[in-house]
Design a binder for this molecule. Sequence first.
Ligand SMILES: [Zn+2]
Ligand SMILES: [Zn+2]
Length: 498
Amino acid sequence: MRRSVAMTGSTEAELADHLLREDGQEDLCLGTWRPSTGRRRRTAILHRAILPGRGDRAIHGNASFEPAYTLRAAQEAAAAGVGLAFMHSHPRGSGWQSLNETDRIAESRVANVARELTGLPLVGLTLSGDRCWSARVWEGAGREVTPVPCETVRTVGATFGATFDDSILPVPQPSEMQDRTVHTWGEEIQAKIARLRVAVAGVGSVGMAIADVLARTGLECVGVFDFDTVESVNLDRLRGASRLDAFLRRSKADLARQLLDEGSTAAAPRHEIHEFSICEPAGLMRLLDFDLIFSCVDRPWPRHVLNVIAYADLIPVVEGGMTAFRHVDGSLRNAYWSSTLVRPGRPCLACLGQYDPALVQVERDGSLDDPSYIANLPPDSPIRRRENVAAISASVVAALLEQFITCVAHPSGFGDPGSLRFSLRDHSVKRLDTACRAGCPYPLSVGCGDARLDPTGSHAAAEQARRTRSTVPIQVAPLRVMAAGHHALGERLARFAQ
Ligand SMILES: [Zn+2]
Ligand SMILES: [Zn+2]
């Protein structure tokens, strides 16, 4: 299991304000955390700072604390059913900090109290003078208690901050292929972007193009989630898809695998391709291993899943879409496309009108895959809309990638621009000032992690799509292997099929 820590930008600012003192001395504090568990990664989401009161700690160049402070904070964490975190600063240090002997002894003592009272391991964090966080999780108990390093510490605010333990995730050496990219934003940003685990939920016209761009940018791990099959109606806008792919009923995920294999500029890519819907428990479990997600889905249920985890698990979601309107004679009236970053402090997808929460249950029932149900919907229902062209999809791709780049490369310190709406007819862009409605449940669930209400369930359409593909006739199987670029293997299978 890999380990990581995440916190909101406002929690980070509160902690940094306390820990980085004007007099340049070290300081410390305690806090609480909640688990967010994926398939291969467990994230500790910092929940709340418990700042020291009078007499709780002494500052003398270094900082020391009273056992009563630890005990009080551990009891508070235990009462809330959350874990305990211990934070201190190295004002003269820079970059990821390794644990020195003094820190090791101090934290190991807190670790045993934390484990005993909360039942959860202590999370230790160090903040260096250049505002770089490092973290470890204290596993085991008693004399056996040991710090296990986290691979990342992530901060989700107007910008996306990430610091890495280089011994677990080494800085990737930029290759000649990335010369122009690195020249644009420098080696430091490239070292950050290349190590981010970015998922693309849905690889249709928008998602496939985004996955390709991310792989070419040098990201070492792009995650693809799609259960769907390539069909001839996709060919007017699906990057990389051919008539043969549609004829073979190849999965979109498999097509994405080929595109990523061929387009990656990373030295050692380890992309993850999943033929799951993110609405399935197995899909969500894998999605929680990622740092940031592109939402390229068009149904209410997966949008609801992403809306939940953007807040509960602090995994920001870049979302957008397009709508085209026609005159009564069928000609194009106008098209709009939008982009937004869903994260704590910004409006959620339901309040932005990107999906209708009432339709989530309708989709779970399977009704949205029932032609008679669809036929009875009003003609202007978003579920019935079919307008989509490659040229406008390309604009959506650009709008989403711009949100991503602003958030991770923060040009001149600028972050997340808010929700944007573009109009084709007059080529204008508008900033939307929508906020979450009063009582909206999503912002109230920030950082609750595994305590979230489970948004997943069994997904009949995904199961059916995988079943249909697995019953491919034996004569067609070799063609499918060839289409995936494995010509020699395909020819051997073809001889076997005869
Ligand atoms: Zn220290
Ligand atoms: Zn909302």
